[in-house]
Design a protein around this ligand. Structure first.
Ligand code: SF4
Ligand code: SF4
Length: 238
């Protein structure tokens, strides 16, 4: 079975937002919803200031906390690694939004559900590439199977010294001049502690306790959200 993932080549990305727009069209999102976010950053001090771009989306975590807190089973991980949401099962409780360490969840206020990047599974299942990959005019996005040693993603990982984000399906090729601080990339995955407690101890205790437990998780993770680092703190969505 494949383990699908993506490499984003920041030495090629020009920050055109093409991926973000293609994604919005593919999934008929509201104007304020961005599964793919484009951040601009600046480093240095005047007059030696350099800028660049980082793009992010759902990292399709190996062990996703969004799935663990989902009370209805709407969030699922497929055998090929894709983390998807069965939208008809989503009740809009937004626990997953708070549990996600990458801020990748997006609330659709018209439909009352929480969504995210699905790696365009409907296209992939037909042998196509995700819309963001197909539309990227700079050729900055690569999609493939991490378990296939001959895949394009593994080839780029080796030949372009890409940085794999541990615990996720993503890797990034750094910008050419390497002026970017590593902390501007999404950090390696770390499960928020409260989610593990919820998963290991509270959930088996029975569904009656679920509301209270989830409230505790939400409170704890709100604190975590304010403390988390990486691109969400350092960059500004363009
Ligand atoms: Fe960068 Fe490609 Fe997205 Fe444009 S479409 S912002 S070049 S990744
Ligand atoms: Fe879930 Fe967030 Fe990980 Fe995506 S990045 S799989 S939404 S926890």
């Amino acid at each position: 079975m494949a383990r699908l993932g993506m490499v984003i080549d920041l030495s090629r990305c020009v920050g055109c937002h093409g991926c973000s727009v293609a994604c919005q069209a593919e999934w008929e999102l509201l104007p304020e919803q961005h599964f793919t976010k484009v951040y601009r950053y600046e480093v240095g001090t005047f007059p030696k200031v350099h800028g660049g771009v980082v793009v992010t989306q759902c990292m399709h975590c190996d062990d996703p906390p969004c799935l663990k807190v989902c009370p209805t089973g709407a969030t699922q991980k497929r055998p090929d690694g894709l983390v998807v949401v069965e939208e008809s099962k989503c009740i809009g409780c937004r626990y997953c939004e708070t549990a996600c360490p990458y801020g990748a969840r997006s609330f659709n206020k018209e439909r009352g559900i929480v969504q995210k990047c699905y790696f365009c599974y409907s296209r992939i299942d037909k042998g196509k590439k995700p819309a963001c990959v197909e539309t990227c005019m700079a050729g900055a996005r690569f999609f493939g199977d991490w378990d296939d040693p001959g895949s394009e993603v593994n080839d780029i990982l080796k030949t372009k010294n890409a940085i794999k984000i541990a615990g996720t399906a993503f890797a990034y090729v750094p910008p050419r001049n390497w002026l970017m601080d590593r902390s501007l990339l999404p950090p390696d995955f770390q499960e928020p502690g409260a989610v593990r407690i919820w998963q290991d101890l509270v959930r088996p205790a029975g569904k009656a306790a679920m509301g209270l437990a989830a409230a505790a998780v939400v409170t704890s993770l709100l604190v975590n959200t304010f403390n988390k680092g990486g691109v969400h703190r350092a960059g500004k969505e363009d």
